[in-house]
Design a protein around this ligand. Structure first.
Ligand SMILES: NC(=O)c1ccc[n+]([C@@H]2O[C@H](COP(=O)([O-])OP(=O)(O)OC[C@H]3O[C@@H](n4cnc5c(N)ncnc54)[C@H](OP(=O)(O)O)[C@@H]3O)[C@@H](O)[C@H]2O)c1
Length: 302
């Protein structure tokens, strides 16, 4: 854990994709990765927002090497088109940061009828990873990073009710999607090792930061959150550090789960994060993988 984000050698010549690069933690992750010398592919669903974010990064870092490619993770066709466009332009991918996410309480579904958070946060990233894996050099510097959350701790995968329609818990579907992110990273890493690949998959959570993620909360919760957040949460730039650590630290083995170490893991130095016992269950991770293959029609490392 001696690795310091201030002393990262130049990453010139390497390519990273950051999903949801236009806002919050993804924006800060993209800015930092560009400062380290990566060519950063900003994978965003809204091109106007993406162009604006790109200009802001270039203002802060005029030498940043950035490209924008459109990606809507809630739509599997869009994920396939993104992967095709990326492969047409670039021969190699060094780091994939599966950062984008939605938090909603409305029970919205994607056009295939899948609950939007499971579809976007998990299935879209599962397919994206499967389509891009062959672009990654077989090296321990090749990284796939999943953004999970403290919210995974109370969650389980509702295999018999994936859309979480029979629960009264508004947060169940978000928790399920973030648990899926964590368990996907574990299972991916196990499968990579089994296939004798050196590529590393791992998960992080950012603690808590005042990003765009909470915009759909009820007004009262939203304003309470806005008032309290400066005292208990950290900035989006700090919240990006676990992702940067996972993408760049030479000491990682794969399968780790990193997050902030301070009060309730909301903020603080990056270290090994606490996780639920349920999230460690390999039988559930295998079942989730098989289900995800079926739902995305994409098999890999099987
Ligand atoms: N902030 C926190 O406290 C916190 C805590 C735990 C975990 N996280 C995780 O951290 C990650 C980043 O979230 P954030 O806090 O930075 O939130 P944010 O500011 O809302 O950023 C989320 C990003 O994801 C993008 N996105 C949403 N739906 C998408 C889709 N269908 N296809 C492609 N991109 C999509 C958003 O694009 P638009 O701008 O177009 O909506 C935005 O760029 C998420 O995975 C979140 O679950 C955050």
């Amino acid at each position: 854990m001696n690795f310091n984000l201030k002393n990262v050698p130049s990453q010139k010549g390497r390519i990273a994709i950051v999903t949801g690069a236009n806002n919050g933690i993804g924006f800060e992750t993209s800015l930092a990765m560009a400062n380290y010398g990566f060519k950063v592919i900003m994978a965003c669903r809204n091109l106007t927002k993406a162009e604006k974010a790109k200009s802001e990064i270039l203002q802060k870092s005029p030498n940043a090497d950035l490209d924008i490619l459109q990606l809507d993770l809630s739509d599997l066709e869009s994920v396939r088109t993104f992967a095709k466009n990326f492969k047409n332009k670039y021969a190699q991918l060094d780091v994939l940061i599966n950062n984008a996410g939605v938090l909603i309480y409305s029970g919205k579904k994607n056009k295939a009828g899948v609950e939007l958070q499971f579809a976007t946060n998990h299935l879209g990233h599962f397919l994206l990873t499967g389509l891009l894996l062959e672009q990654m050099p077989d090296s321990s510097d090749s990284r796939i990073v999943a953004l999970s959350s403290l919210a995974h701790k109370e969650a389980k995968i509702h295999f018999d009710d994936l859309n979480c329609e029979t629960t009264d818990d508004n947060g169940a579907a978000y928790g399920q999607s973030k648990l899926a992110n964590l368990m996907f990273a574990d299972e991916l890493n196990r499968r990579l090792k089994k296939a004798n690949k050196k590529i590393v998959a791992l998960a992080v959570h950012p603690g808590g930061s005042d990003s765009g993620l909470f915009d759909e909360m009820s007004k009262i919760t939203y304003y309470t959150f806005k008032i309290l957040s400066p005292f208990i949460l950290h900035s989006n730039a700090s919240a990006a550090k676990p992702s940067l650590f996972a993408a760049l630290s030479p000491g990682v083995k794969g399968g780790e789960y990193f997050g902030p170490q301070g009060f309730r893991e909301f903020r603080g130095r990056v270290g090994i994060a606490k996780r639920s016992d349920y999230s460690k269950r390999e039988d559930i991770a295998t079942r989730l993988w098989q289900l995800s293959e079926k739902m995305t029609d994409q098999s890999f490392l099987s």
